[in-house]
Each structure stands twice: as structure tokens, then as C-alpha cells.
Write a protein that binds this ligand. Structure first.
Ligand SMILES: *Cc1c(COP(=O)(O)O)cnc(C)c1O
Length: 274
């Protein structure tokens, strides 16, 4: 077994960790998480991921049981035990055991390492197709463990030979199920500013793009898609992944465009030297 995990003070192989049956995460779906990875053995954008995790915890009224430094030490310990050059790290913070199945007493914290499941080169070369869904995530700025919408949509996504779903509400686009959304029009790079999880990859790409693009964070409407030259999605595992079809609409020429490729190259350069 490669992977070890920390659960409420104890480090064990992940397959030996037992989670409480009275945990609000299990009984009420009350929990949040974060997910990041290493490059060259070092956690990528650690400060930003930690701040987001802290912010999610605060909004969910869950007290973090560890400080930033304590958590970093545990992460490095688990990475050492995994014996992998690079790994993903998942934090899960739940309501914890509850005497009456509703009150929060002591949140539970799980930290595990996982294998990285990178996007295939073929997907970067061909781009992905997404379906549209009229939906907006509840408490969108929290990385909550509630993903029932996309799990329920799995069949519809497969049936459309698509890879994911793009959420919109009242004509306004927010994000994909687990990643953020961008369009390119000329030299303008445009991304939704609300009803989203503030992705660390999104933030990194916006920073990298500053030199060559005019970066706009603003409401993005479905009607904005008609004259978009390119579209792509960003996340920790997807990096910068081109989107070539959205519902019935083909974006640009139906293949990944040069500007998305350029931003992926800039991102790859950054992580190579991380
Ligand atoms: C994790 C996630 C993202 C992407 O965030 P990254 O920090 O770039 O991985 C975007 N939207 C949702 C809903 C997410 O859960």
C-alpha cells in the first residue's frame, strides 16, 4: 500500500482508516474538502490552497483542528511515506461525531495522499465536449463535498459523448462540475466572477495571462459563447484543458485554439520550475 493518511491525530495506511458512523459528513452530508498536488515533490501554491481551505471551514462554521504549520508537517510526512515523486493530497473536514445528529461538537479532519490521474495527451489535443445544465452550486465559494448534481448527470454526460457539464442559471455561466471556465475573444481572456469556487489554477492562469491578455472577471452569459474564439477549463488535475463543444454549439473551429495552447505551455513552464 503506497498511501498513508492522517485522521484525527493518527497516521495509518489509508485502507486501515475507519471513519465514525455518527459523523455529520456521513449522516448529513456536512463536509468540505480541498485537493492539491506536488510538482517536483513540493506542494504547488500551498499558501493559496491553505487560505481557501481555511475560508471554506470558516463559512461552514467548522473549526480547523490544526494550524497551517502543523498541517504542512503532516502533508510532508505523508508524502515521504508515499514514496512517489509527485502525489495529490486531499483534505476532508466534516462536522464530526454528533450526539444528536445535528450539532457540531468537534470537526473531523482527514488528510490522505492519492495517485495523480492526469488528463490524457489525446484530450489536450482534441479538446473536450461539455453538456449544459441549468444549475448553480449552493455556497459556491465553499469546496463542499456535495457533488450529487454531477454524479446524477453521469449518464447524460456519457450519452452525449461529453466529458463534463457546464452550469448556468438565468443565462449566466458559472463553472464546470469541478473546474473553472474561461473564454477568449481576441486578446481578451474572460472568466465568470461569481457563483464559482475560486480555483487556484484559475488564479494562477489569470496571473500568467496578465502579460499577453486583457483579463476580465465578470458575469459571462450563454450569449457570450457565440462569438468566443476559444474556451477552456482549469483545475488542479486538468491544468488548462480546451473545450471545443458546449451543448450544440461548436467553439471556434471545433479544435483547441492557439491561445489555450499558449496558456497551457506557460502553465507547464511554471510547474516545471516549481
Ligand atoms: C476544485 C474545484 C474547482 C477548481 O479549483 P482548483 O483549485 O483549480 O483545482 C472549480 N470548481 C469546483 C466546483 C471545484 O470543486
Amino acid at each position: 500500500m503506497h498511501h498513508y493518511g492522517y485522521y484525527n491525530g493518527t497516521i495509518q495506511p489509508v485502507d486501515q482508516i475507519g471513519v465514525g458512523v455518527f459523523d455529520l459528513g456521513l449522516l448529513r452530508g456536512y463536509g468540505l474538502f480541498d485537493y492539491f498536488r506536488t510538482y517536483n515533490g513540493r506542494p504547488f501554491q500551498w499558501d493559496w490552497y491553505w487560505t481557501r481551505f481555511q475560508n471554506s471551514a470558516l463559512r461552514m462554521h467548522l473549526r480547523l483542528p490544526l494550524t497551517k504549520d502543523q498541517t504542512y508537517k503532516i502533508v510532508m510526512d505523508l508524502l515521504g511515506r508515499s514514496n512517489l515523486e509527485d502525489a495529490a493530497i486531499r483534505f476532508v473536514l466534516t462536522g464530526g461525531d454528533s450526539p444528536d445528529s445535528i450539532s457540531i461538537v468537534k470537526p473531523s479532519l482527514l488528510i490522505i495522499t492519492e495517485d495523480i490521474h492526469p488528463v490524457t495527451p489525446a484530450q489536450y489535443e482534441q479538446g473536450i465536449r461539455v453538456i449544459l445544465d441549468d444549475y448553480v452550486r449552493e455556497m459556491a465559494e465553499v469546496k463542499s463535498t456535495d457533488y450529487k448534481r454531477v454524479i446524477l448527470l453521469a449518464e447524460a454526460i456519457r450519452g452525449a459523448r461529453a466529458q463534463d457539464v457546464l452550469y448556468h442559471k438565468n443565462g449566466e455561466i458559472s463553472e464546470l462540475s469541478r473546474s473553472n471556465f474561461f473564454i477568449i475573444k481576441g486578446q481578451r481572456l474572460i472568466t465568470p466572477n461569481r457563483h464559482i469556487l475560486h480555483g487556484i489554477t484559475r488564479r494562477t492562469v489569470m496571473q500568467l495571462a496578465q502579460e499577453d491578455f486583457e483579463v476580465e472577471e465578470r458575469p459571462v452569459l450563454l450569449s457570450d459563447l457565440y462569438d468566443a474564439d476559444e474556451a477552456f477549463t482549469t483545475s488542479t488535475t486538468k491544468k488548462v484543458l480546451p473545450i471545443v463543444e458546449i451543448g450544440d454549439l461548436t467553439i471556434g473551429e471545433g479544435k483547441p485554439g492557439p491561445k489555450s495552447k499558449y496558456l497551457l505551455e506557460r502553465f507547464d513552464e511554471l510547474v516545471e520550475s516549481w
